[in-house]
Design a protein. Structure first.
Length: 289
């Protein structure tokens, strides 16, 4: 037992700290205990801020009111606050991953319209929705005519990867190769190359729009060779795979690159009508007369 001199007043303990060390099966709090919680709220908020527990900080007042109204136990209140903190951190982490992915615009499977596609295409899309390709690090090749939803589908899969706590990057293929070209001028190519190979999922949009130069073919091959085992690559293309050989400058390099991708890839062929054509306003000729 610790003896306290009569001239010294015992310090009042912080109630939130008591919550953290209280027995797991504590009984419901009394009215007096609830009152003490509310009195110490400002002190507790300051502690939570210093500890960077912003999730708990933002919900503390509401949770204390809930504890008072429902006569919650220490354990129940504490568990709710911990869940609030965990959810807050998960949401912030997801927000940062989506921001760093540089998607053109937010796209998800929720707003992806399946009706225009064939049964085979729908089955392939449903397979992507399961996230199996993300878990198994299988590459994905999305093919189809202009405006059929390839980029939307790729970004929806990228968002799902972000939700699965993967580091994702979305970029147009020509933009990436242009960055590699520019990086040679200031001798930052190796650093830039290393940056992209660190992504868990790299989405290369609009592959095959142009025939690649010898330098571009080499850069793309090096990227594929570095990432094809431990990362996931997603390609969108207007070309069928049979035409990909013609994109590379060197057929031998093309064969080596495609061998690493195609044999480990889900293939999705989008055969529906162009979304862009559907969005073009139709004018009534009668109204113009």
């Amino acid at each position: 037992m610790v003896l306290i001199p009569k001239t010294q007043k015992a310090a009042q303990p912080n109630v939130m700290l008591l919550l953290m060390i209280s027995p797991i099966c504590a009984p419901p709090m009394s009215t007096h205990q609830i009152w003490r919680l509310i009195v110490s709220e400002s002190i507790t908020l300051d502690l939570l801020k210093k500890l960077r527990l912003t999730g708990m900080e933002s919900t503390l007042a509401a949770r204390l009111n809930q504890a008072r109204e429902s006569s919650l136990s220490y354990e129940e209140l504490l568990m709710m606050l911990f869940h609030d903190e965990l959810e807050s951190r998960q949401q912030k982490s997801l927000f940062n991953r989506v921001k760093q992915a540089h998607f053109e615009e937010p796209k998800s499977f929720d707003n992806f319209e399946l009706s225009p596609y064939s049964t085979q295409a729908k089955q392939a899309i449903h397979t992507l929705m399961t996230g199996k390709s993300i878990k198994e690090k299988n590459h994905v090749i999305i093919m189809g005519p202009v405006g059929t939803g390839k980029t939307h589908l790729a970004q929806a899969l990228g968002l799902l990867a972000c939700q699965r706590q993967k580091k994702v990057c979305f970029i147009r293929t020509n933009d990436l190769l242009h960055r590699f070209h520019q990086s040679r001028a200031d001798e930052t190519w190796a650093r830039l190359f290393k940056r992209y190979t660190k992504y868990d999922v790299l989405i290369l949009d609009d592959f095959g729009l142009k025939t690649l130069s010898a330098e571009q073919s080499g850069d793309l091959y090096d990227l594929i060779a570095a990432m094809h085992i431990n990362s996931m690559l997603i390609f969108t293309s207007n070309r069928k795979i049979e035409g990909w050989m013609d994109v590379f400058y060197d057929p031998i390099m093309a064969n080596a690159a495609l061998d690493r991708i195609v044999n480990k890839a889900y293939r999705v062929v989008l055969d529906g009508e162009s979304y862009r054509k559907k969005s073009i306003p139709k004018f009534n000729e009668e109204s113009d007369k």
